[in-house]
Ligand binder design. Structure first.
Ligand code: C5P
Length: 230
């Protein structure tokens, strides 16, 4: 492993108290914080500012997917609340992604496209009537994201080797669905362990329940961090 991979811990809770307690057990030297729909809908932009004030990088994972004008306005609003990473669904299409890109004028903020969710399996592709395999679908969505000027994508770690060659060299690959040891996969269908994810080429690992559900979240985080940095 030559390249540094960052860890973002997903704080998925509706309780401000639990969120703060969890964040206080982590260290900004070892991770950033991912704030998703559950926490943001419950606690709003104030929690984002609080996490930033604690010195953490913030990935605001709201996965915007709407008509281009609405996504553009939402991205403008997200840019104003001082986050480091925001995202949209690539399934929203190129016109929507281009509108999002135009809304994020601050170069420090990375705009990321979610391809297929890591909870999606081949059954999902069939259910919605898409043609081709999961790999075909993810590749098409990733190319659309790159062509729309996005900075990177969220995908399952095993997808990365098939995608790298089609993407710009500085493209960012963010991978959720990370599982440690023998812990169960919950609803994640295409999971990887941290070392495999890095070897596949992941730049940022998103890890939720395997860290936040541990009796000692800080120790669980350090365990992953040390695996990546040894
Ligand atoms: O608890 P777990 O590690 O499964 O959490 C994964 C986090 O990453 C959740 O917050 C989920 O919303 C998010 N995520 C995902 N798959 C994607 C994009 C985001 O699991 N494709």
């Amino acid at each position: 492993m030559t390249k540094k991979t960052d860890i973002f811990v997903a704080i998925d809770t509706q309780s401000l108290e639990n969120a703060k307690k969890l964040v206080n057990q982590l260290s900004n030297r070892h991770c950033g914080i991912k704030i998703g729909k559950e926490l943001f809908t419950s606690c709003g932009p104030e929690i984002v500012q609080w996490v930033k004030d604690e010195g953490f990088k913030v990935f605001l994972d709201l996965k915007f997917h709407d008509i281009p004008n609405t996504v553009m306005k939402a991205c403008e609003a997200a840019s104003r609340i001082n986050v480091d990473i925001i995202n949209v669904h690539t399934l929203g299409g190129k016109e929507m992604m281009l509108a999002a890109k135009n809304a994020v004028s601050n170069q420090q903020i990375k705009l990321i496209g979610v391809t297929l969710l890591t909870s999606h399996s081949h059954d999902f592709i069939k259910e919605v009537g898409f043609n081709g395999s999961i790999d075909d679908c993810v590749k098409r969505l990733a190319i659309n994201a790159a062509e729309s000027g996005l900075d990177g994508i969220v995908c399952a770690a095993p997808d990365i080797p098939n995608l790298r060659k089609y993407m710009p060299s500085n493209f960012i690959f963010i991978t959720p669905g990370i599982r440690l040891g023998k812990i169960n996969n919950d609803d994640q269908k295409r999971a990887s362990n941290p070392i495999d994810a890095v070897n596949f080429g992941s730049n940022i690992l998103v890890i939720g329940r395997p860290i936040t559900g541990d009796l000692n979240p800080h120790e669980a985080l350090l365990n992953v961090y040390n695996q990546l940095n040894n």
